[in-house]
Structure formats: C-alpha cells, structure tokens
Design a protein around this ligand. Structure first.
Ligand code: SAH
Length: 457
C-alpha cells in the first residue's frame, strides 16, 4: 500500500539508519524519520513516498524512547551538522556499534568478532578546526554560523558545541573587528564583498592557534589593526593569514595564503609525532580521538624489531611514524606532495631514520613494490571514504604480509575491501569501532586481518 504525502501515520522507531534517521515500519513499508530515537512512539507526517520506503517528519511525539534527551544546542535542527543531539551519547554509541556491525555482516557478508566501540575521549568541543561562513544578519551585523542543510543560508551560531570555546570566541571577535573597521562581507549571490570564511585551527596539545580569513581579494583593509587587536586579546594565536579565494565556488579555500602576522603554521603533536600545520594541511579533526584510533592500529599491528611496515595512504605519516619505534623499517605512500613533505619533516623532527616516504598513487606504488619483491611484515591501509582500489588490494595480496590493519572512515567500503581480502586468503580477526565524530553520523573502524594459511605462502 502506497503512502501519501502529508498522510499522518502511527510509527514506533525500531532502529537508526547509518545516515542518522530513525526507522520504523508501517504496513511493511520502512519509514525514515530524522531526529528520532529508537523506542519513540509518534505520529509521523509523510513527506515523500518512494514506493518501498518513505520519508517522514515528526508530527507528534507521543512517548519518547529510552535514549532520547533534550538537544543541548539551539540551532541543532536547522544547522544539520550534528544528527544525534536528541540522543544520549550512550545511545549514539550503541547505534554506531550496530552501523559498523551491519556494514560487515550485510555488505561484507562477514561474521567478525566486534570489540565494544571506543567513545570519543571528548564528546563535546573535540574539533581542532572550524570553518565558519561569514554573513550579514538582517539587522546588519556580521555573524558566523553554518549553512542550513543543503542550502546556502547561514544559520547564526556563536557557540558551536563541537568547537573549543576559544575558537568560538575568536570568531566572534573577528566579526566585531570587521564591523569596527567596515570590512565588507562576501555575498554569494552577487559575488561581491570581501570576507567569506573564518577558518581556525588549534593544536590540541600545544594550544597554538592559527587564524585564517578566507577572502575574495588579496588584501585586508586595516590588517595591522585587526591582527594586533586579535593577538592582544588571544595570546595563543601564533599566525594570521589571508587565504585568497576569488572564485564563485563552494570550495572554501583557495590555493594561496598570504601571511598577515606571526608564522604560517602551528606546531602540535599527534601520538608523540611532532607536526606543523598550515591552513591547508589534511589533519584529523579530533586529536585525542585520532590518538586513540592510532593506538588501536598500533596494537593490532603488533610490530617486532626487525619488521618492515608499509603505510599506504599515509597522509603526513602519523600512523606509521607513531609505530616507527616498534619496527626496523617504515615505508609510507601518499598522493599529495605537501603531505609527503610534511611526513619527511615529521620523521626528521623525531629523529626517525628508518622511514622513507613516496609521493605516488597507493595502487601504483604498491604494485611496483610488490614487483620488486618487497615483503612487509605488516601493511596499514587508511584509504579515503571511497576505499581501496583493485590495484592496491591485488598488490597487497601479492606482497602477502602476515598482518594487515585496515583503518577506515567508511565502514561500508571497508566491509567491501575486507571481503575481497578474505576471499583471497586472509582471515578477519576483529573489528574495533572508534568514535571520532561524536554527535555526527560518522564513525571510524579498525580491522585486523591475518594470513589464514601461512604455510601455503
Ligand atoms: N593516514 C593518514 C591519512 C588518512 S586520509 C592520517 O591518518 O592522517 C587518506 C589519505 O589518502 C589522504 O592523505 C589522501 O591524500 C590519500 N590518498 C587519497 N587517494 C590516494 C591514492 N590514490 N594514493 C595514495 N594516497 C591517496
């Protein structure tokens, strides 16, 4: 039976889908309702029917499920950056544990023992980076906030609970200074006006802060006064930059950054690895969360003196370098040349001499290394969301290391890739879900695979 738009139906939410919506069934048809909790009993209003499933919104909540809480953010719904603020963190973790388990069982067709999910060490204010769009409010004030889901309307938000308090305070001060010095704000419709985004980064361990104003131009009026005022108010600011983005595009930053004050980068550490971060460097946004994740990877890798470790998709080298002391040789492969340079600098700063980093496509480099007869004892794979490509997986199979550690920000592609490796002689030993993005729908996982029949190699 088809449901109709605007029809109101009774629904009990049974579970959460991996995009964060609640799911219930009405006469056999799955109905997805955002911002609901398992156990909620509600009247849902249908907004769209897609034949075998439908989308609805809450018309009336009749009885809340056990994990439901009052959202702690005033712009939770319109902002859309978080999708679980109506759930207790325990209920969110339970949901994420089952997303990861479902990905491996449904997509991968695999039964792998799952360890209990590791929560984010900080459930709030864990991000080390924020990019606030800047806009004019109806009463003419400069505000920062977030784009409302799928739109380009800025929802003002002066205190995002995912960001450290000091970054929110800096963004507010920047707005006041821009107003004071009559600096214009970019307008997406007309393509006119100067300041587009306020981009801030903070080193979790060092506390150092980098301020970057993304601008539709190459100079900031009253730059000296604005920089001095900011540095005076916030002593942790180590550098202020103007990033030039004059294109009419959704991409936030442009390729060029001009230094206005201080230095171009901040210093921090990750798992004891010293890092230097500019505005454009890729870096995990939750530092203590990433340290926990890499700790799991290190434990799974269980390297021994004499071992050779191959770190594919290594970024600035942090996973491999955090394990460099456990092995005798480290090879990292990464496609972005700036990241490879950072990896080399990080290794040098640590005094690590047993590491080499190649700037190449992971698949091509791995195929060549396999061809040369490289026999690593362990390979760590940490691909982007789309997962590994066939060339990479085939080269990994050819090198046939006894241990593989797959780190992934997308359990669905991880399940697909693990399935392929299992079909070609590996055993998936265990999966560890790690929450690095509390309150949002994203979840990381680490999988340990080992060679099933070493005697046949
Ligand atoms: N291990 C790193 C980075 C993981 S993110 C860390 O934890 O910080 C995935 C990385 O894969 C990014 O640095 C991205 O630039 C890189 N990458 C994407 N496609 C690639 C490819 N085809 N070959 C090699 N590296 C690639």
């Amino acid at each position: 039976m088809a449901l109709h738009k605007n029809e109101i139906i009774p629904l009990t939410i049974e579970s959460l889908s991996s995009d964060g919506s609640g799911v219930g069934h009405y006469e056999g048809e799955a109905v997805f309702v955002p911002a609901t909790a398992p156990g909620d009993v509600l009247q849902a209003r249908i907004v769209k029917d897609c034949k075998h499933y439908a989308f609805g919104i809450v018309d009336k909540l009749e009885a809340p499920g056990p994990g439901r809480v009052q959202p702690d953010c005033p712009v939770y719904r319109p902002c859309g950056g978080c999708c679980f603020r109506h759930l207790s963190y325990e209920a969110e973790l339970a949901a994420k544990q089952s997303f990861v388990a479902d990905a491996f069982s449904r997509i991968g067709g695999l039964e792998i023992p799952m360890l209990p999910i590791l929560p984010s060490p900080l459930p709030q204010r864990y991000r080390n980076k924020v990019q606030y769009p800047v806009a004019l409010s109806p009463d003419g004030h400069i505000v920062t906030g977030f784009y409302a889901g799928r739109t380009h309307n800025v929802i003002p938000c002066s205190d995002c609970l995912l960001q450290p308090d000091v970054l929110n305070r800096i963004a507010q001060s920047v707005c006041r200074l821009l107003e004071q010095y009559h600096v214009s704000v970019y307008n997406e419709q007309t393509g006119k006006g100067l300041v587009r985004h306020i981009f801030l980064r903070q080193g979790y361990h060092s506390g150092e802060i980098l301020v970057c104003l993304v601008a539709n131009g190459r100079s900031l009026p009253h730059s000296r006064e604005i920089c001095e005022a900011l540095q005076k108010e916030f002593s942790s600011i180590v550098g202020i930059l103007l990033n030039v983005n004059t294109k009419r595009t959704n991409v936030i930053t442009g390729p060029e950054s001009i230094l206005l004050a201080g230095r171009e980068f901040l210093r921090d550490t990750l798992c004891g690895v010293p890092v230097e971060l500019g505005p454009l460097s890729f870096y995990q946004v939750n530092t203590p969360g990433a340290e926990q994740l890499y700790g799991v990877a290190r434990e799974f890798a269980a390297l021994k003196p004499g071992d050779l470790l191959l770190d594919l998709y290594c970024g600035m080298g942090t996973i491999g370098l955090s394990m460099a002391a456990d092995c005798s040789q480290l090879i990292g492969v990464e496609i972005i040349s700036e990241a490879v340079e950072s990896a080399r600098r990080n290794a040098a700063a640590m005094g690590v001499q047993n590491a080499r980093f190649f700037c190449a496509d992971a698949g091509q480099a791995a195929a060549q290394l396999a061809e040369e007869g490289l026999a690593p004892n362990c390979i760590v794979l940490d691909p982007p969301r789309k997962g590994c490509d066939q060339t990479t997986l085939d080269a990994v199979l050819k090198m046939a290391p006894p241990t593989l550690v797959m780190v992934s920000c997308n359990p669905a592609t991880a399940a697909r890739d693990v399935r392929y490796l299992v079909d070609h002689g590996y055993t998936a030993q265990k999966v560890q879900a790690v929450d690095m993005f509390a309150r949002t729908k994203h979840c990381e996982c680490v999988v340990l695979l080992s060679k099933s029949h070493p005697e046949t190699v």
